[in-house]
Design a protein around this ligand. Sequence first.
Ligand code: SF4
Ligand code: SF4
Length: 463
Amino acid sequence: MERYKMDRREFIKKLGLGGAAVGTAAVVGCKGGSQGEAGHSLQDVPKGQMTLRENHNSGDKVSILGYGCMRWPTKKGKDGKDEMDQERINELIDTALEYGVNYFDTSPVYCQGQSEHATGIALSRHPRESYYIATKMSNFSPDTQSKEGSIAMYENSLKELQTDYIDYMLLHSIGGSMEDYQKRFVDNGILDYLMAEREAGRVRNLGFSFHGQQSVFDAMMELHDTVHWDFVQIQMNYLDWFHANEMNSFNVDASYLYDELTKRNIPVVIMEPLLGGRLSKVNGSVLRMLKAKEPDRTAASWAFRYCGSYPNVLTALSGMTYMEHLVDNLHSFCPLKPLTDEERSYLEDEVANEILKYPTIPCTACQYCMPCPYGLDIPGIFAHYNKCINEGLMASSTQDPEYQKLRRAFLVGYDRSVPKLRQADHCIECCRCLEHCPQKIEIPTEMHKIDEYVEKLKQGLEL
Ligand code: SF4
Ligand code: SF4
């Protein structure tokens, strides 16, 4: 727990009723499925206006908005289980391409292993030269980590994506230690294999995604002279710019990562521009700060424009599950209106410091920890908890004048957002989720704390 330098318990105790008990901006429902949070519709988005960034290594002209394919919509199948909603995925990809999005980032492990297949079906209905595919040499299952297993994973990616080359190939989630990197990608010869594939033109750009320690990042930069990283994917947004390490000592400030890459002329791909939704679902006081500058802009649009304002950013990935997300994002990027230096500083300093007053669990809802073998909805539990912190719905004591109201709001909201069988009390602390979390969240510890809080609320015990 020492990784998070802020003590949420202390925070909750201090919070009382002084917190910003103001709702976040809600996504406006849109029956036609094409209207976004800010009331934008597709008709408002000009065609042919997507801002493009040139990759100086390959000459690719990449859309500044990239499609993160880790949260595709699902529907209930005949057997009652969730399955990919291919029709809606096709519709999303068709619209994205029509409005200029041309970078699609997937992985063999996204959507429980279904993302590449669904993305491949949708994309292959369009000319291959009209889009760039990014996928990954993932490292989640030990039986895929031999050279043969890794080559099989790569060949399967080509098959699922219905292509004979990958535009952007990433070594997935570097950052734990250089020993892990050495074991996963070097000792088994798979890095050499991918470099040979690059030489042969079947991998057009080779890079890695990063979550982790500065010492590992520095060591990866030292390898640039021999490997030549064509691009690197980092977590970057206006909160992580100066505060990533403060929020989680496992992480490195994005300002450091971006500067190190830029001075080596390595293009940057951004993940988590909204920090798992934290920068789109801001609390009322933060929203007021943003609206004071530009009343018509959504919180998400500020965060996206922030990322796009850095010139060495090739593309900023957004996992857009619904058409309204896509429409809002197209509105922000067609074309991008870069922030001024003054606006950028406002976000990095004043707005970031206001957000930091509400120390939430740094879950980005990436789903890497799922499925939990005991059925917990890990990101769903954290999302509810974080929402209550952001909205000032945490009781600090049974003596709070509004204790009953806060108690009810937390418990009713919890049951509504997470089915009872998937709640924190079912965590048996098996720790299987731990190694998968790129944010290094102590998931079982957090589950225990949340469950303790819930039990005290249920029994009316002092908090
Ligand atoms: S530690 Fe808890 S949340 Fe994590 S996998 Fe085990 S039961 Fe699930
Ligand atoms: S707990 Fe970690 S792995 Fe799980 S969704 Fe959140 S950030 Fe991702």
